[in-house]
Design a protein around this ligand. Structure first.
Ligand SMILES: [Fe+2]
Ligand SMILES: [Fe+2]
Length: 270
C-alpha cells in the first residue's frame, strides 16, 4: 500500500493547502490511504464539524485529533456521526467517538488507525499510552486482520515518541509523531519493519511560531506579558508529513520518505 500521513493542519492556511493540493498528490503518488491530523484546523484550536467535512471532501480518508480534540464544542457531537474521525485512545473515559478503527481502503484493504496521547510535558495527565495501545495491537495483528496499522503518537517529548516506535515495532506499519508542529529528520524503518518518524510537522505557514502569527508569541517570550489572542499565520502553508510503502502480506514497511510540499520548507517528494 502507498500511505500518506500529514501532520497537524493549522488554521485556514493549512486547510487551503489540503483542499488545493491533496487530490493532485493522491493521483500523482497513487496513494491508497491518506491520514491527516486535524486537531488545529479550526482557528488553530480544535476541529469543527464543517472543517472536518472540508478536509474529508478534499480526499482525506481518516482524520486524527489530539489534546485539542474537543476544543470546538460541536466535535463532541459530530464525532459520533462521522466514523472517519479518530480521537486519542487514552482521552477521558467519557469522551465521545473512538480511539481506534478498522478502515477499508478504496481498493479493499483493511487499515487500522489509532491515536494515543503521550504523558511527558503534556498539560493533562492522560492515561498510560503504552498499556492503552497494547490491546488494540493485539486484536488487530499486522498481516492478519489488518493489511496496515497506523499509530499517531501525539505528544511533546521526542523520547516518549521513540519509545512508542520501538514498543510497536513489528506490530505497526507506521508510528508517526504529531503535536510539536516541527518535522524531524529521522524517518526510518525500524528493525522489526515499522516505519517511524518522530514528528510529521504541521500543515501550516512556517513563517510563524509553530503556526501562530509570530507577533504575539514573540511578545510573550520577550516581555512575559500577553496583549492579544493567538491567531494562525495565514501565508502559504507547507504540507508536511510522511509517505510509506507497505507489503500487503506482512503489513510491514518497505520504504519511508519525508514529504514537504509548498510554502517555506524545502520540498521533499516520495
Ligand atoms: Fe497540534
Ligand atoms: Fe496537540
Amino acid at each position: 500500500m502507498k500511505i500518506l500521513f500529514l501532520g497537524d493542519v493549522m488554521g485556514r492556511a493549512g486547510r487551503r493547502a489540503i483542499t488545493e493540493n491533496l487530490s493532485g498528490l493522491r493521483e500523482a503518488w497513487k496513494l491508497d490511504f491518506v491520514v491527516v491530523n486535524g486537531e488545529n484546523a479550526t482557528s488553530g484550536i480544535g476541529l469543527s464539524g464543517a472543517h472536518a467535512k472540508t478536509l474529508l471532501d478534499a480526499g482525506v480518508d481518516c482524520l486524527t485529533l489530539g489534546d485539542h480534540a474537543f476544543d470546538q464544542k460541536d466535535m463532541l457531537r459530530f464525532i459520533e456521526q462521522e466514523p472517519r474521525i479518530i480521537r486519542p485512545l487514552n482521552f477521558s473515559k467519557t469522551a465521545p467517538g473512538k480511539g481506534a478503527r478498522l478502515f477499508t481502503s478504496k481498493n479493499g484493504r483493511k487499515v487500522l488507525v489509532t491515536q494515543i496521547l503521550g504523558q511527558v510535558f503534556m498539560k493533562r495527565p492522560f492515561d498510560d499510552p503504552f498499556s492503552a495501545v497494547e490491546p488494540v495491537l493485539k486484536t488487530h495483528p499486522l498481516g492478519g486482520m489488518a493489511q496496515a496499522v497506523i499509530v499517531d503518537m501525539h505528544c511533546e517529548a521526542t523520547s516518549e515518541k521513540m519509545a512508542m516506535g520501538h514498543f510497536c515495532d513489528g506490530r505497526a506499519s507506521l508510528v508517526v509523531g504529531t503535536h510539536t508542529h516541527v518535522p524531524t529528520a529521522d524517518a526510518m524503518v525500524l528493525p522489526g519493519g515499522t516505519a517511524y518518524l518522530t514528528d510529521a510537522g504541521m500543515c501550516g505557514d512556517y513563517n510563524s511560531v509553530i503556526g501562530m502569527e509570530k507577533t504575539e508569541p514573540m511578545r510573550r517570550f520577550i516581555t512575559g506579558m500577553p496583549r492579544d489572542r493567538f491567531t494562525p499565520a495565514n501565508g502559504e502553508a507547507t504540507l508536511s508529513g510522511v509517505y510509506v510503502e507497505t507489503d500487503d502480506r506482512t503489513g510491514r514497511a518497505k520504504r519511508i520518505a519525508m514529504v514537504r510540499n509548498g510554502g517555506l520548507l524545502q520540498a521533499a517528494k516520495p
